[in-house]
Design a protein. Structure first.
Length: 166
């Protein structure tokens, strides 16, 4: 298999993962409650929020797993150049590092009393979704941002904290 074919396969795998994530988000934002009773709305919101966090976390894990497998495949390939193997190795290390930071941030935010948190770290910055019934105060956002800055070394301008109660 030539290197361009491998690149095409990798691009296709990434696009499939992104389409899957887009589908999860579309499903999350398009769910409607048919029964208008307050109990049904409250129950539906709780399930929807729980589904948002669990489905998003699962989508993220699937995407990371596919990328990890692709990097390992390149590193173990006899046909790949040493440059491609080194690049895949660096990307794998970066992926593992990002995942560890995400997990650490999520756990530290939960330790601050929030029910759930979902963190995305990439080379451009950090996005954190926090499960909360109320809007976050400026002080709460500052505390959460401080946790993220200490963990990732990203400046606050590259950090987004979103409350989620859907």
């Amino acid at each position: 298999m030539s290197m361009s074919t491998k690149k095409q396969m990798y691009i296709i795998a990434v696009l499939i993962a992104l389409i899957g994530c887009a589908g999860l988000f579309a499903k999350k934002f398009n769910n409607n409650v048919k029964d208008g009773s307050p109990l049904a709305v409250k129950t539906s919101k709780k399930q929807e929020t729980t589904n948002f966090f669990s489905e998003s976390r699962m989508g993220k894990e699937n995407q990371r797993s596919a990328a990890k497998q692709e990097y390992e495949k390149i590193m173990n390939s006899k046909d790949a150049s040493s440059e491609a193997k080194n690049d895949a190795s660096q990307k794998l290390v970066s992926l593992v590092d990002m995942t560890e930071k995400e997990n650490k941030i999520e756990n530290m935010v939960k330790d601050k009393g929030y029910e759930d948190a979902l963190c995305y770290v990439d080379e451009n910055g950090v996005e954190l979704c926090v499960k909360t019934k109320d809007a976050l105060t400026d002080e709460q956002v500052a505390q959460i941002t401080d946790v993220i800055v200490r963990t990732t070394k990203f400046p606050p301008t590259r950090i987004t904290v979103r409350p989620v109660d859907k």
